[in-house]
Design a protein around this ligand. Structure first.
Ligand code: SF4
Ligand code: SF4
Length: 356
């Protein structure tokens, strides 16, 4: 299925979301769903891990749920999980240390930034070089920091980057192959963040590299002009729809910010509802209009949107044996750069002789 969706992006002065300042609070990291799995006895997902049924599921011999498919998914996360430099707040390592005869700590010598516009372009070029598919810069709105985080005032800017996920992999959702596409996104994030963090430090400024930790990524991405919020609770970008993973760097380097964008996502979502209709968990709202009504404790109140019942979503993941990306694959905005909505596991694993 190919989409005929026409996208016209315009730059706007203020982010295209509505918040009720009297209700909006900094979100508690401990209320993030994955954290609540470990401590919150008040819900059904307490201590339920979504790999608990994996062996049973493999024995069922369903297409797309073989040992090979799960092996791919688990392998995809390894760089994210094992390379701690990906999420560092400090210098990771000096250049070629200890192989180089002289290791200069460039972070002690500040690059003069007399043209923040030019510096921002240089950062964007570097980010593309290191693997970002989208990059935007915004002033750091501290409402989006997790409540538990203390960030010194000098960090005024957020560099927000998006990494495209493999379209064919996502199109197999809810198979573990789709989860592998997600895991690859996270592992690439660790590489991108580490290189960008060190690049900024090599110019004498501070860099705090973050994945999903430290602050909410989606509102920051909206502030930085990468996209708008969709009914599925995800960032919708004009380039890849919701088929991206997000990461960000906070810095004290003087930069030029980007304006937010608008391209009609809220109006389109009012009628579309494809993500809600296809969600096996019934976790996505079918209401015509967005509201301030949260669905569970892991929603952050105070924004006008379609709140996703992430508890239901997670419980479905436990049944599925792994995470799901169906609300990404069916989104018409995803289909702008993805050729097919559905890919079977056999189509994904089409075996070619790469030795030719
Ligand atoms: S990830 Fe899957 S279960 Fe969760 S909201 Fe999206 S479609 Fe529903
Ligand atoms: S599937 Fe439709 S309703 Fe859901 S986020 Fe995409 S455009 Fe919006």
């Amino acid at each position: 299925m190919e989409t005929s969706l026409k996208i016209q992006v315009r730059r706007i002065e203020k982010p295209p979301y509505i918040v009720d300042k009297s209700r909006l609070k900094r979100f508690k990291y401990k209320d993030v769903l994955f954290e609540r799995v470990m401590w919150d006895k008040s819900w059904k997902g307490y201590r339920r891990l979504y790999n608990e049924r994996t062996l049973e599921i493999i024995k069922e011999r369903k297409p797309g749920y073989s040992r090979i498919d799960f092996a791919l998914a688990y392998a995809s996360w390894i760089v994210h999980d094992a390379f701690k430099g990906g999420f560092s707040w400090n210098r990771i390592k000096l250049y070629r240390e200890p192989a180089a005869s002289i290791s200069i700590d460039w972070s002690r010598i500040k690059q003069n930034v007399d043209d923040p516009h030019k510096m921002s372009l240089i950062l964007k070029r570097a980010a593309k070089f290191f693997g970002a598919d989208l990059i935007g810069i915004c002033r750091l709105n501290r409402d989006w920091l997790y409540e538990e985080v203390e960030l010194p005032e000098q960090y005024k800017y957020a560099i927000v980057m998006a990494i495209e996920m493999d379209p064919e992999g996502i199109a197999t959702s809810p198979s573990p192959i789709a989860a592998a596409a997600t895991g690859v996104g996270y592992s690439k994030m660790a590489f991108l963040l580490a290189c960008m963090g060190e690049f900024i430090r090599n110019l004498g400024y501070n860099a705090i590299q973050c994945g999903n930790d430290t602050a909410l990524s989606i509102p920051l991405a909206i502030d930085a002009g990468l996209g708008e919020l969709g009914r599925n609770g995800l960032l919708i970008t004009p380039e890849y729809g919701p088929r991206v993973r997000l990461c960000k760097i906070f810095t004290d380097m003087p930069l030029e910010v980007d304006k937010p964008i608008e391209f009609g996502v809220k109006d389109f979502c009012r009628k579309c509802k494809l993500c809600a209709e296809n969600c096996e968990a019934g976790a996505i709202s079918m209401e015509d209009e967005p509201s301030f009504q949260i669905k569970c404790k892991s929603n952050n109140p105070g924004a006008l949107k379609w709140y996703v019942d992430v508890e239901k979503c997670y419980l479905y993941w436990c049944e599925n044996g792994i995470d799901c990306s169906t609300c990404i694959k069916v989104c018409p905005y995803n289909l702008i750069t993805s050729k097919k909505m559905d890919v079977t596991p056999d189509e994904f694993w089409k075996i070619e002789d790469y030795s030719k």
